[in-house]
Write a protein that binds this ligand. Structure first.
Ligand code: HEC
Length: 177
């Protein structure tokens, strides 16, 4: 008997619509980390500026690769960093602000304004941008948020789980210091 093309299409598409179903559930640590990532009692939640597992807003860099490759200690250093690699001091014909470019299409630049919380997306034509250079003043919010070691371990547990499925408990001792 011939199968209906609709059924075949359904069988192909359904797994795409429900990709989470075959994955293991979050570990207790990843659950705690996800809660902090999404809504933090200290400072600005990570999800205000990063996206993972479909939550959050992609203002800052995608964390998937780094979270998958770096050691927990390396991740703490990145989270508590005070130097920036992507954030620029943007000078426009109107004002100056720390920003990170989202995209440039033709003559139009979209730049996240990090002087606002949550950051706001602003649009400029390239003639309005006077300069964009290395930023020395903007500080990654979690560097000043004073997360304790266990909270950082939980956040990193969530980063690991989301990036490479890591299920191993990240301990506070692994973070050093
Ligand atoms: C206000 C926005 C904002 C918040 C809140 C925020 N970040 Fe970031 N994050 C950024 C930006 C922008 C960068 C890029 C900084 C630079 O120029 O190097 C970054 C960089 C990083 C990096 C390094 C990425 C790389 O590829 O170098 C990590 C890891 C990271 N953030 C994790 C976190 C975690 C975890 C939290 C929550 C505890 C958090 N961030 C909260 C905006 C934010």
């Amino acid at each position: 008997m011939k199968r209906s093309p609709l059924l075949i299409l359904g069988a192909l598409i359904l797994p795409l619509l429900a990709p989470g179903q075959s994955k293991p559930p979050l570990t207790p640590q990843a659950q705690r980390g996800q809660a902090l990532f999404q809504k933090s009692p200290k400072g600005v939640a990570c999800g205000t500026c990063h996206t993972l597992k479909g939550i959050g807003v992609a203002v800052g860099p995608d964390l998937t690769k780094l979270a998958s490759a770096a050691t927990p200690r390396g991740l703490v250093m990145a989270i508590e960093m005070t130097m920036t690699a992507y954030v620029q001091q943007v000078k426009t014909t109107k004002n100056e602000f720390p920003g990170i470019q989202k995209q440039k299409v033709g003559d139009t630049l979209e730049i996240w304004d990090l002087s606002k919380l949550p950051p706001t997306l602003r649009t400029f034509s390239s003639s309005e941008i006077l300069s964009m250079r290395g930023n020395e003043k903007w500080v990654h919010p979690p560097a000043a948020a004073h997360y304790d070691r266990q909270e950082l371990a939980d956040i990193i547990g969530f980063l690991k789980f989301s990036s490479n499925g890591g299920q191993k408990e990240v301990t506070a001792a692994e973070l050093g210091k």
